[in-house]
Design a protein around this ligand. Structure first.
Ligand SMILES: C[S@@+](CC[C@H](N)C(=O)[O-])C[C@H]1O[C@@H](n2cnc3c(N)ncnc32)[C@H](O)[C@@H]1O
Length: 230
C-alpha cells in the first residue's frame, strides 16, 4: 500500500457545523469495518446491500464491456475504491487494477482478500500517478465530494489519469434537488457534470438509469469518453 500526502479538509455546512470528509469516511470505515455498510447504504442490512451491489455490478460491468470488449492487459483505476468490493470482478475480467481511496482503513480492508491489485491511499484531487489508464471507475464517490473546489479538482485529476480514447465510468445520483441530503453528500445536476466534463475534454457518450429498491434511489450510470487531452 502506498500512502500519498493528503490534506485534512474541513468544511462549514450551515449553522456553524463543521464537516471533515476524510474524518467522516475514516470513522465510517472503522465503525463498519468489513461490512458493506461501510461503502453501501448505512441503514441497510448486509444482505440488502449485497443485493444492491449485485445490481450495480451487472450494470457497471455491462457498460465497461461495451467500451472495452477485450479487457485483458488493459489498465483500470478504481477511484474511491473503498474496501474494494468491485476490484476482484475487474481483475477477473483481465484488467490490471489500481485502487485509490483516502481512507487508510478502507485500503487495508481491500487488501485483506489478497486480490492482485495495487492500492494507494490518496485523495482523488491530489492524485499524481504519472500514468494514464484505459478505464477509470468512480462508483458512488463523486456525490461525496462536498466542496466545490475539491470536486472540480477531482474531475481534473481523473481527466489527467485517463488515456486519450479511454472511458470514465461514473455511478452517482444526478439531481437538482438540494434538500434532504446528509452532510456527506452534495448532489449536482446532469447539466453541471456535462459542462464541467466538456471543459476537460470529456464527453458523456452513454447514460442509463436504474432503480435500487432497498434504498429507494434512482442511480445514474455514465460512460464518459476522453476526446481531448489537457
Ligand atoms: C460510498 S463509498 C464507495 C466505495 C466503492 N467505490 C464502492 O462502490 O464500493 C465512497 C468511498 O469514497 C472514498 N472517498 C470519498 N471522498 C474521497 C476523496 N476525495 N478522495 C478519495 N477517496 C474518497 C471514501 O473513503 C469511500 O471509501
Amino acid at each position: 500500500m502506498t500512502i500519498a500526502g493528503s490534506v485534512r479538509r474541513l468544511f462549514h455546512r450551515g449553522s456553524g457545523q463543521v464537516f471533515a470528509p476524510q474524518d467522516y469516511w475514516e470513522g465510517r470505515h472503522r465503525t463498519h469495518h468489513g461490512t458493506l455498510r461501510a461503502v453501501g447504504h448505512r441503514q441497510l442490512s448486509d444482505e440488502a446491500n449485497a443485493e444492491q451491489y449485485q445490481i450495480k455490478e451487472s450494470r457497471i460491468i455491462g457498460m465497461i464491456r461495451r467500451y472495452v470488449p477485450e479487457p485483458c492487459g488493459r489498465t483500470l483505476l478504481d477511484a474511491g475504491c473503498g474496501v474494494g468490493v468491485l476490484i476482484p470482478v475487474y481483475v477477473k475480467l483481465g484488467f490490471a487494477v489500481v485502487g485509490v481511496d483516502f481512507s487508510e482503513t478502507a485500503v487495508r480492508q481491500a487488501q485483506v482478500s489478497g486480490v492482485s491489485a495495487q492500492f494507494i491511499v490518496s485523495s482523488l484531487a491530489g492524485l499524481e500517478l504519472g500514468r494514464r489508464f484505459d478505464v477509470i471507475t468512480a462508483i458512488d464517490v463523486l456525490l461525496h465530494i462536498v466542496a466545490e473546489n475539491e470536486w472540480a479538482d477531482t474531475l481534473l485529476s481523473l481527466s489527467r489519469h485517463l488515456k486519450p480514447g479511454g472511458v470514465l465510468i461514473i455511478l452517482d445520483t444526478f439531481t437538482d434537488r438540494t434538500e434532504g441530503w446528509s452532510n456527506h453528500c452534495k448532489p449536482r445536476s446532469m447539466d453541471r457534470y456535462a459542462a464541467t466534463l466538456a471543459d476537460l475534454g470529456l464527453r458523456i457518450v452513454e447514460h442509463e438509469q436504474f432503480n435500487l429498491e432497498h434504498e429507494d434511489a434512482i442511480k445514474d450510470l455514465f460512460a464518459v469518453r476522453h476526446v481531448r487531452s489537457r
